[in-house]
Design a binder for this molecule. Structure first.
Ligand SMILES: [Zn+2]
Length: 257
């Protein structure tokens, strides 16, 4: 973990203070300090046994719901009990203070909402919502679904018996159109974008910061490793998001009194 340098924090605060429409774009790296491993990173923890492309695809869900739920179970377990960390909380504080207009996230854990963020665009859906693929109107009792999955069962619709699915984007699926449009709209308005904890490898989500860039929006990037947008960013910070973002917000509050 690298602590952010003082001059970088001051530069970030200058950019935030002079922005008119500030938006955050977050990826798996903002949730790892809350104990949620990035299942796309090779060799990380719970998911190294299975290739998510194979078990978490739309085809796999239809063909083998058991394998699919075996893959989903540990993710649901950690996500269900996870707490928002200081980075989520700092972004929520900024939104409340009127200094951050929206959070666009690639994460499915609802930790931004748990922290108190209100204007959150979930590009890949949420693991905390389930629906019946046969009929979205069929009621789903989330607590009962979680209990059944965690006890090793495959959750079925109480109305028609169809295998329920989480409201997340699976491999082979398009992103939900309304969320994508909301995200594009926020990106079009933004004059400053904080990209935090995303290696920008998952498209089409990763295209959004580039769209922002093309509009003339400035980019602050906080990520452990290099990303393809680094050369275009106003400020690149190779720091831990859970240290860097709260430090940024604390300095901003200090300056604003
Ligand atoms: Zn049903």
């Amino acid at each position: 973990m690298t602590t952010p340098a003082e001059h970088e924090l001051r530069r970030a605060v200058d950019l935030i203070a002079s922005s008119k429409y500030f938006v955050a774009f977050t990826g798996a790296g903002i949730s790892t300090p809350s104990g949620i491993p990035d299942f796309r990173s090779a060799g990380t923890g719970l998911w190294q046994r299975d290739d998510p492309m194979k078990v978490a695809s739309a085809t796999a869900f239809r063909q083998s719901p058991r394998n699919f739920y075996n893959w989903l179970r540990p993710l649901l377990r950690v996500s269900y009990s996870a707490h928002a960390n200081d980075a989520h909380l700092a972004l929520a504080t900024l939104e409340k203070a009127g200094k951050l207009q929206a959070v666009i996230t690639q994460n499915i854990d609802e930790l931004h909402q748990k922290a108190g963020s209100v204007n959150v665009v979930e590009l890949h859906g949420s693991i905390h919502r389930f629906y019946c693929p046969a009929n979205k109107e069929h009621g789903v009792d989330f607590a009962a679904v979680v209990t059944s999955i965690l006890s090793g069962e495959i959750p079925l619709c109480a109305t028609c018996g169809t295998v329920l699915r989480p409201d997340i984007t699976l491999y082979e699926e398009e992103l939900a159109a309304d969320d994508w449009l909301k995200a594009e709209n926020e990106i079009a308005l933004a004059d400053l974008l904080l990209v935090a904890g995303s290696s920008l490898e998952v498209t089409p989500a990763a295209l959004l910061p580039f769209k922002a860039c093309r509009n003339g929006c400035k980019i602050i990037l906080v990520n452990h490793s290099a990303t393809s947008i680094d050369p275009y960013a106003e400020l690149v910070m190779r720091s831990d998001v859970a240290e860097c973002i709260p430090a940024m917000v604390a300095l901003l509050n200090q300056r604003c009194g």
